[in-house]
Design a protein around this ligand. Structure first.
Ligand SMILES: Nc1ncnc2c1ncn2[C@@H]1O[C@H](COP(=O)(O)OP(=O)(O)OP(=O)(O)O)[C@@H](O)[C@H]1O
Ligand SMILES: [Mg+2]
Length: 619
């Protein structure tokens, strides 16, 4: 049975006020840009219909088969009745031709059924694939803030598990509903034509069947939707454990994680048990009430046969047809449930597809363009930034990097260095002020051009699970081996690559060789150096490299970086040696700027950060 809590949650959801799951801690009461409420039935149905139209031809073929199938299902019992009356009971017609016709039509019905299933399943599969494709394409264009907000498990399950009901409903439910309706109506008409009285009597239990089927659909729909929603939570729990397995084991958190997983799995199990109960309550009547019709027909029809007002064939027709509509009647209940489930999952998918703001692309006619092959200066003008729902991290940063200058941003951990750097390639947009490249507002540049102009080494660099070569070429596909070798040399990773048995063709990452943190960092650095981007962002690019190697790399890199505007974030004095100028970030502002050598002698924030280190370094 449905618990009041579940019912309330779904009522709330239907009204469009609900959250993904009511037991989640409520995160914020402000309307949440990156967690929009799922679409309601009407809105979703219109969108599904639009996708369905793309498959119109195949769908119509499916409907046509459904029609033929229903017609054959009605014709065959009529022929059987005729065979009984005219060839078996009386001998007015030979039996063989009728028998052959019946067998042929039965075979044809089997064939048509196959074709219908094939056609409609295809439609379902195509539409499911289409929604998944749209969603995945959107995932690739969603801003980082979306991923900050949505747990990975939800993101994954919404594009996988969550979409199955759409396929089942469109691939099976829709046509089955129409076919069932045709069969039920056709059966009714045939029975009334044959014997209106008997038809009425035998129809007596049918409203009850329909009622139970309908009640079943109503009861089971919210439960199965709850199951669906909880599957995302389960994927989440599993995902967390798998991704963090090292820490889980290191801190002996297996039990806690296991408990969390079990809790969520149990929640799903409980809902499923509830579903089984509803099924056990409502499905048997749906199944057995039609047998009551058969009993009525045997009793009343049998008497009619005995007193001669009904033929044997007609009696057989009644029984055949009544047994034949048990399934369509039951299917109606299932389809109601399935339809609601499909609309619910499509509603979630479409809400994401349409409501999550993509990084706004500038329209081509209004887009500015960076000067081709020219150096680019970078400037931050009074830049403010807060993460969605968070306090201001940057509060009026002013900073300029000349086209041929290396500027290092330093500051305490958490001071906003990475944040500042991520604004440059528009992974986030500033909440106030302007970021400019070559004097042009970054928001006026087409995203592809902007990202092409900015080479990037993130603080925790990610390499693709491909060959080293493919990784290095990601930013500049036409680079030749000599250029690759130079980049590897500059990044201090040439020796390591040479030591690999397959060299540049070694597959790395999840499907290949695992690199150490420092190796990964240097490959990422080489990848950024290889691009001909006029602007480079290096977020603590050598933090995982030992000091000696770092010193070597820094020595070579200073020249290697010439000709570009480089913005570097670092915590380490040794990496600071790269910089022409240093800016100190504190309280969301640049509080000090100058050449490192000059700053260290002043009693300012920079000296506060590095003073002791510098003394040690000098000693
Ligand atoms: N994705 C995010 N969502 C919300 N807040 C964030 C996010 N990333 C960072 N923050 C917050 O913004 C502040 C600045 O973080 P940032 O990563 O920019 O610091 P940082 O100077 O790069 O630190 P570190 O030296 O440790 O790399 C921190 O208080 C952090 O908690
Ligand atoms: Mg950082």
């Amino acid at each position: 049975m449905t618990s009041p809590a579940v019912r309330d949650r779904w009522r709330e959801r239907r009204a469009g006020r609900g959250r993904a799951c009511a037991d989640e801690p409520s995160r914020s009461d402000s309307p949440d840009l990156f967690d929009p409420a799922p679409y309601g039935m009407g809105l979703t149905a219109r969108r599904v219909l639009r996708l369905w139209r793309e498959q119109r031809r195949l769908s119509l073929v499916g409907f046509a088969y459904a029609f033929v199938y229903s017609a054959l299902s009605l014709i065959i019992p009529v022929l059987v009745a005729r065979a009984i009356d005219r060839a078996i009971v009386t001998h007015r017609e030979p039996l063989a031709p009728l028998l052959i016709l019946i067998v042929v039509l039965a075979l044809a019905r089997g064939g048509v059924n196959f074709l219908r299933r094939y056609a409609t399943s295809r439609v379902g599969i195509e539409i499911e694939a289409r929604v998944r494709e749209l969603l995945y394409a959107a995932y690739l264009r969603f801003p980082r803030a979306f991923y900050d907000r949505q747990p990975t498990g939800q993101v994954l399950s919404r594009a996988t598990n969550d979409l199955y009901p759409i396929r089942y409903f469109i691939g099976w439910g829709m046509v089955q509903a129409i076919q069932s309706a045709m069969l039920i109506v056709g059966t009714g008409v045939l029975l009334v034509i044959t014997n209106a009285d008997l038809a009425l009597w035998s129809a007596l239990p049918m409203p009850a069947v329909a009622y139970f089927a309908w009640r079943f659909g109503r009861r089971v729909a919210p439960i199965s939707r709850a199951v669906q929603a909880r599957k995302g939570d389960l994927t989440d729990a599993a995902n967390e454990a798998v991704v963090g397995i090292e820490m889980v084991q290191a801190f002996g958190r297996e039990e806690i994680i296991q408990d969390r997983f079990t809790d969520r799995a149990t929640a799903i199990r409980d809902e499923m048990v509830r579903q089984a109960k509803v099924e056990a309550t409502f499905l048997p009547p749906v199944f057995y009430l039609p047998s009551l019709s058969v009993a009525v027909v045997l009793l009343l029809g049998g008497r009619a046969v005995i007193n001669g007002s009904l033929t044997y064939g007609q009696l057989a027709l009644f029984i055949q047809l009544l047994l034949q509509i048990v399934w369509p009647l039951e299917a109606m209940g299932l389809i109601l449930d399935l339809g609601q489930r499909a609309l619910a999952s499509a509603g979630r998918a479409f809400a994401w597809l349409e409501q999550i703001p993509l990084l706004p692309e500038v329209s081509p006619d209004r887009a500015a363009s960076l000067p081709a092959d020219a150096p680019v200066a970078v400037s931050f003008d009074d830049v403010h930034f807060a993460y969605p729902g968070g306090a201001e991290v940057l509060r009026g940063v002013g900073l300029r990097v000349e086209p041929d200058e290396i500027v290092a941003v330093c500051g305490r951990t958490g001071s906003g260095k990475s944040t500042l750097l991520s604004l440059l390639a528009r992974y986030y947009d500033p909440t106030g002020g302007t970021v400019r490249l070559a004097g042009i507002d970054a928001r006026a540049l087409p995203l592809s051009q902007l990202r092409g102009a900015v080479g990037l080494v993130t603080q925790r660099p990610v390499l693709f699970s491909e060959t080293l070569r493919a990784n290095l070429l990601a930013g500049r596909p036409d680079a030749d081996d000599a250029a690759i070798a130079d980049a590897l040399e500059l990044a201090g990773v040439a020796k390591f690559v040479a030591s690999l048995p397959n060299g540049l063709d070694t597959v790395i990452g999840e499907r290949g060789v695992n690199l150490s943190g420092g190796q990964r960092q240097r490959v990422a650095l080489a990848r950024a150096l290889l691009t001909d981007a006029p602007v480079l962002i290096l977020d603590d690019p050598l933090s995982a490299v030992d000091t000696e190697l770092e010193r070597e790399i820094v020595a070579g890199l200073r020249d290697g970086l010439r000709g570009r505007a480089v913005l570097l974030a670092t915590q380490r004095l040794s990496t600071l040696a790269l910089a022409d100028r240093v800016a100190v970030l504190e309280d969301g502002r640049v509080v000090e700027e100058g050449v490192p050598e000059g700053l260290i002698d002043q009693d300012g924030p920079f000296a506060g950060l590095f003073g002791e280190d510098a003394v040690v370094g000098a000693a």
